[in-house]
Design a binder for this molecule. Structure first.
Ligand SMILES: NC(=O)c1ccc[n+]([C@@H]2O[C@H](COP(=O)([O-])OP(=O)(O)OC[C@H]3O[C@@H](n4cnc5c(N)ncnc54)[C@H](OP(=O)(O)O)[C@@H]3O)[C@@H](O)[C@H]2O)c1
Length: 332
């Protein structure tokens, strides 16, 4: 079968691999569509922990179950499914166990014609989504759900700022917050993306490339935001603290631009700010996220799907930050 692997440190390539054999408790899923996460680009750049060469990358996928290695789960064969990429979260809902892994490194992932997963990793594809839309959902949807609701405690009517709306996770955070009845604001490096969000109900947006955007945000929101959701990190973190209301919450799930060179600790304690880290989500949150998406008929914001052979082009686009929402590849 065709598979897109990490061929060497810093080098990815399309190759031929043996079709996986399922063992007891495993399912073989024929992939119809897969989606990219920034994690795949970090792996390609050799900037991710636990990297192993030869592994098929890709955490997100949707397809049809072709074979079951366990008799009690034969009922899955022929069903359209999406895959939960979270492996071994463990018993504590508050944080993942030491055995936690993510599909697509160090175990073979979804950028292949077939992937082998444990029976409890598959879920019925939401009816209102196409295969391509469903493939966009798992990792980004799960991360956004936990960041906003479990860790961010978002309530209807609150003001929330989603930093960097063009991102795959960010667009889910935007859509989930809208569906939850929050007042949603966004930032972006590109005006067109702010306009796109405003047309879909965002109250307003700010160009994070403009130095005075926090002043503008404070003026527009009367004292600032209840909640800010961020994955950019870097020195901008101090600006995100500036735009929070006293008692506000900042949830961080990434550090795309690195760590801050300094952090305004005095502002954090004086304004009674809560800083909260967030990573993916547990299995219960995955199920809740799927139910939320089905209930609100949420469709991922995504670019036009590309053929599977063009994964590298899609990764290039992600590296340059040109995309709006999720990048998806589909099998022929
Ligand atoms: N902890 C976890 O479980 C978890 C899960 C998923 C992702 N992540 C991390 O979160 C980050 C985003 O992942 P993704 O898959 O959503 O990536 P992505 O689709 O590539 O999105 C990246 C987005 O980040 C925004 N951005 C870049 N520089 C920025 C800046 N200086 N200020 C504000 N926003 C900026 C851009 O938004 P605009 O285009 O609007 O400018 C860009 O589109 C990555 O670092 C990833 O590793 C962590």
């Amino acid at each position: 079968m065709k598979a897109f692997i990490l061929a060497a440190h810093g080098k990815v390539s399309m190759t031929e691999k043996e079709k996986p054999q399922t063992g007891y408790g495993e399912l073989l899923v024929k992939i119809y569509a897969a989606s990219l996460n920034h994690r795949d680009q970090w792996i390609r750049e050799d900037r991710y922990p636990g990297i192993k060469t030869g592994v098929t990358i890709g955490s997100d996928g949707a397809g049809v179950v072709e074979a079951a290695g366990c008799t009690q789960d034969d009922s899955w064969v022929g069903k359209e499914v999406i895959i939960n990429p979270n492996i071994n979260w463990g018993p504590d809902p508050a944080a993942q166990s030491g055995d936690f892994q993510i599909l697509g490194m160090p175990v073979d992932g979804t950028f292949a014609e077939y992937v082998k997963v444990a029976c409890d990793r598959v879920h019925k594809k939401p009816d209102h989504l196409s295969m391509e839309q469903a493939a966009a959902l798992p990792l980004g949807g799960l991360t956004a759900y936990r960041a906003l609701f479990t860790n961010g405690g978002l309530k209807a009517g609150e003001k929330v700022l989603i930093n960097g709306i063009g991102g795959g996770v960010a667009q889910f955070a935007f859509q989930f917050a809208m569906a939850a009845g929050a007042e949603v604001w966004v930032t972006s490096g590109q005006k067109g993306k702010i306009k796109f969000a405003a047309e879909r109900g965002a109250k307003g947006g700010f160009l994070y490339t403009e130095e005075n955007w926090p002043d503008e945000a404070l003026k527009s929101t009367d004292r600032g935001f209840d909640l800010v959701i961020d994955s950019a990190g870097g020195d901008q973190l101090n600006q995100l603290i500036d735009v929070l209301q006293p008692g506000g919450r900042l949830v961080i799930y990434g550090a795309t631009t690195g760590v801050p060179s300094s952090l305004n600790l005095r502002k954090i304690f004086w304004k009674q700010i809560r800083l909260q880290g967030s990573t993916m989500g547990n299995d219960k949150e995955f199920e809740e996220m799927l139910a939320f998406v089905s209930r609100h008929k949420i469709e991922p914001i995504m670019e036009e799907p590309l053929p599977f052979d063009r994964i590298e082009d899609a990764l290039d686009k992600m590296k340059e930050g040109k995309q709006l929402g999720k990048l998806v590849v589909k099998m022929d």
